[in-house]
Design a protein around this ligand. Structure first.
Ligand code: PLP
Ligand code: TYF
Length: 399
């Protein structure tokens, strides 16, 4: 039976990582997969995380099953971390909210996809063009039909907001729009306040539901300012979904920690949505893994660890922005291209807009590994490799 299996395409991020590992060149450079790196190219464990783990080792009482919603304390703390006080403080408002711990942001996206497909099997889910490459398989596996809205203008190399609005006018009532809240993967450009307001009223006019995806909280402009778009949606919309990844923000990638937060129009709908989400989770992974959520809970519950985590996160954010400046300064003047547009990009990624031919030449001739479309993990740039990165980019642009 299994010999007739139809093999789909491999995830391009993982494929790039495999090519990087197979490259024998000791000078190879990985600017592909989106993990934070320090100045030595390492992905360190935060001190706050180590201290939380030491605390857990001593005080954790049980590892009994948590249930499909995960740890209620984690869910409350994450909700408070992300949402406007007003929603979490007032019991009448919090009755329209439901938070579920999930296996990473990816798990939250998949549960959201299953829920949408269950609620409206005819819904089209709108993704940015270009999308985060993993959005496509996650939502297709949930059985959803996909649409794309323009997001990146390849000529101006910035957000194409007019194109985005124009394309979304083709959406049907009941469709869902996936919007990344901060640090767009792969483009590195986000909506400003006025654009969020405009987009919100467009979605209300067209009866579209926003699905906000937040994977780089605190790594773009700051813990509060990164939530700008979420605040706008919270203020104007009755129905929205938020998928949250703690992977980057707490540096706990393989612990698979995230959450799905859903806001519904009233208490009765919220109860039904929550119950159906739990049913869908039971038919899938049954319950999320516990350790990462225990780390986040321990950090957020302790004043001291909370401060330590905020300090470390801020340091990482500032380093990313220094790396972007280092790359831009080193590139400007060295090639026919002007790279100042990179300085307007935010978060872990910069997007160069490179062809497949250029990308394979970078890999084959220069051992430089860059993601689809020319997505660079900016945190992978350091004083030691920046010269070689610039030389390689210069070489492929001569063609
Ligand atoms: N959404 C976006 C835009 C991402 O870039 C990522 C990856 O980090 C995720 C969601 C999911 O992250 P994870 O499943 O590792 O928590
Ligand atoms: O885009 C990236 O490189 C990271 C890594 O399901 C990643 O977000 C890739 C796939 C995935 C989760 C994380």
């Amino acid at each position: 039976m299994l010999q007739s299996i139809d093999v789909g395409p491999t995830d391009p991020i993982l494929m790039l990582l495999a090519q990087y590992h197979a490259d024998p060149n000791p000078e190879k450079i990985d600017l592909g997969i989106g993990v934070y790196r320090d100045h030595k190219g390492r992905t360190p464990i935060l001190k706050a995380v180590k201290q939380a783990e030491a605390h857990l080792l001593k005080h954790e009482q049980s590892k009994a099953y948590l249930g499909p919603a995960g740890d209620p304390t984690f869910n409350t703390l994450v909700t408070k971390l992300l949402l406007d006080d007003q929603l979490t403080r007032e019991p009448a408002l919090s009755e329209t909210l439901c938070t579920l711990q999930t296996p990473g942001g990816t798990g939250a996206l998949r549960v959201a996809g299953d829920l949408i497909a269950h609620a409206n099997p005819h819904a089209t889910l709108w993704l940015s063009n270009p999308p985060w490459v993993t959005h496509r398989p996650i939502f297709s596996s949930a059985g959803l039909q996909l649409g794309y809205y323009r997001y990146f203008d390849p000529i101006k190399r910035s957000l194409d907001f007019e194109g985005m609005k124009e394309d979304l006018r083709d959406a049907a009532p009941g469709d869902v729009v996936v919007i990344q809240v901060a640090g767009h993967n792969p483009c590195g450009c986000d909506l400003n306040l006025q654009q969020w307001e405009e987009l919100s009223s467009l979605m209300l006019d067209l009866n579209l539901t926003p699905l906000l995806d937040l994977a780089y909280h605190g790594l773009c402009t700051g813990l509060e300012s990164d939530l700008l778009g979420l605040r706008v949606i919270q203020r104007h919309h009755q129905e929205w979904l938020l998928t949250y990844s703690a992977s980057k923000t707490f540096g706990i990638y393989f612990e698979r920690t995230g959450a799905l937060i859903i806001h519904c129009k009233d208490k009765a709908v919220t109860q039904d949505v929550r119950q159906e989400a739990l049913n869908l989770i039971c038919g899938n992974y049954y319950m999320p893994p516990g350790h990462g959520a225990s780390i986040v809970t321990t950090i957020l519950e302790s004043e001291e660890l909370n401060q330590q985590w905020r300090k470390e996160l801020n340091k990482a954010r500032l380093r990313i922005s220094d790396c972007r400046k280092l790359l831009t300064d080193s590139l400007n003047g060295t090639t026919a291209w002007h790279y100042r547009f990179l300085n307007h990009q935010r978060g872990m990624f910069s997007y160069l807009g490179l062809s497949e031919t250029q990308l394979s030449e970078l890999r084959e001739q220069h051992s430089l590994y860059i993601g689809t479309g020319g997505r660079i993990n900016v945190a992978g740039i350091n004083e030691k490799n920046v010269g070689r990165v610039c030389e390689a980019l210069k070489a492929v642009q001569r063609q």
